[in-house]
Design a protein around this ligand. Structure first.
Ligand code: PHE
Length: 338
């Protein structure tokens, strides 16, 4: 018995762990529930009475020694961890995850809905020539319809401008593809307008174009209703008002019900409760012709919606300028939204 104690004593005295794992193995070997020292304590009742005193002293001694070794090295290792900057028990750093911009969120959702209906995404340049932004879309030179869209012309060469709408992508697509065509074109557009809570000089649109045999206005209405239900919910109300665009005939403007309860509602909807979110219509045969598609054979519809308006409705944002100010307090509210 004495020999056994001495051997344990030696081992404890000489023990120098290299790392926290070795120390833990040591602690388990001696002090753990199934370790040596608890086993020695358990054997106490079998020890003959005359040896009980010496035995008790010895195991208590072993226990204190082992405990002090564990305590001493545990302190060493925990300071080492702090010094190397790896204290895993410290509270986590308060880091700020990024968020998708609300315009991106809404654009992605619009694109997803139309993709489900079989549309694919098309793109075009933000700097456009007169042909794609105006002439091919049936805006004759010097026609007053051009004033509908205040244009940023590029210096010195009036043939180039920042596109005023994504309808230019309609022309580019029809020039390079024959029907059936079914595309949507999300993108940034520019208009020389004064900035207010309702409008900005840089904003985003999603254009839609469908050209095939026998496409009718009923197809257009149904597609837009499907979209409105998918985006705003099954009970959404929309209304179509007759309108004018040079490149569609007939043309309409589409409103969705925003509500009319408070001062913001009045300002957003000019007192009507309805928010205009897009223009649409049947593609004018002159546009098909100009883009190289036979209007005798094919017909189609087009629509163009403003992403900002829709995002304002979706997130109840009363001022369009909020999208461009990059105020972190605003952007942070979209963390975790997908
Ligand atoms: N391009 C038009 C605008 O920006 C919207 C539109 C697109 C209208 C397609 C009809 C068809 O106002």
């Amino acid at each position: 018995m004495k020999l056994e104690f001495d051997a344990h004593c030696k081992e404890i005295e000489n023990f120098v762990p290299q790392n926290a794992q070795e120390l833990e193995a040591f602690r388990l070997r001696f002090l753990g529930k199934k370790g040596l020292i608890p086993a020695l304590f358990a054997a106490f009742k079998e020890v003959p009475n005359e040896e009980k005193k010496a035995y008790g002293l010895s195991i208590n001694h072993l226990k204190t020694m082992a405990e002090s070794v564990v305590e001493k090295f545990a302190a060493d290792f925990s300071t080492a961890i702090v010094q190397s900057g790896e204290d895993l028990s410290r509270p986590a750093e308060n880091f700020m995850p990024g968020a998708l911009h609300p315009i991106t969120l809404v654009r992605n959702e619009i694109v997803r809905i139309f993709e489900r209906m079989g549309f694919t995404v098309a793109e075009g340049p933000e700097m456009e020539d007169d042909w794609h932004n105006f002439s091919a879309l049936n805006f004759p030179a010097d026609h007053p319809a051009r004033d509908m869209q205040d244009t940023f012309f590029l210096s010195k060469n009036p043939d180039w401008a920042l596109r005023t709408h994504t309808s230019s992508v309609q022309v580019r697509t029809m020039e390079s593809q024959q029907p059936p065509i079914r595309i949507i074109a999300p993108g940034r557009v520019f208009r020389n307008e004064s900035i207010s809570s309702r409008s900005h000089c840089v904003f985003h649109q999603v254009e839609g174009l469908y050209i095939d045999k026998n496409v009718s206005f009923a197809d257009l209405k149904q597609t837009l209703l499907e979209f409105a239900k998918a985006f705003f919910g099954d009970k959404t109300d929309i209304r179509l008002r007759p309108s004018y665009f040079p490149f569609t005939e007939p043309s309409a403007e589409v409103d969705i019900w925003w509500g009319l309860e408070n001062e913001v509602d009045y300002r957003m909807t000019k007192g009507t409760g309805w928010l205009e979110i897009m223009g649409c219509g049947m593609v004018d045969p002159a546009v098909l012709q100009a883009s190289g598609i036979d209007p005798e054979m094919y017909s189609g519809y087009a629509f163009g919606m403003g992403i900002e308006r829709i995002a304002m409705q979706r997130f109840q944002i009363p001022d369009i300028r909020a999208f461009y100010e990059n105020d972190v307090r605003f952007l942070r509210t979209f963390q975790g939204v997908l």
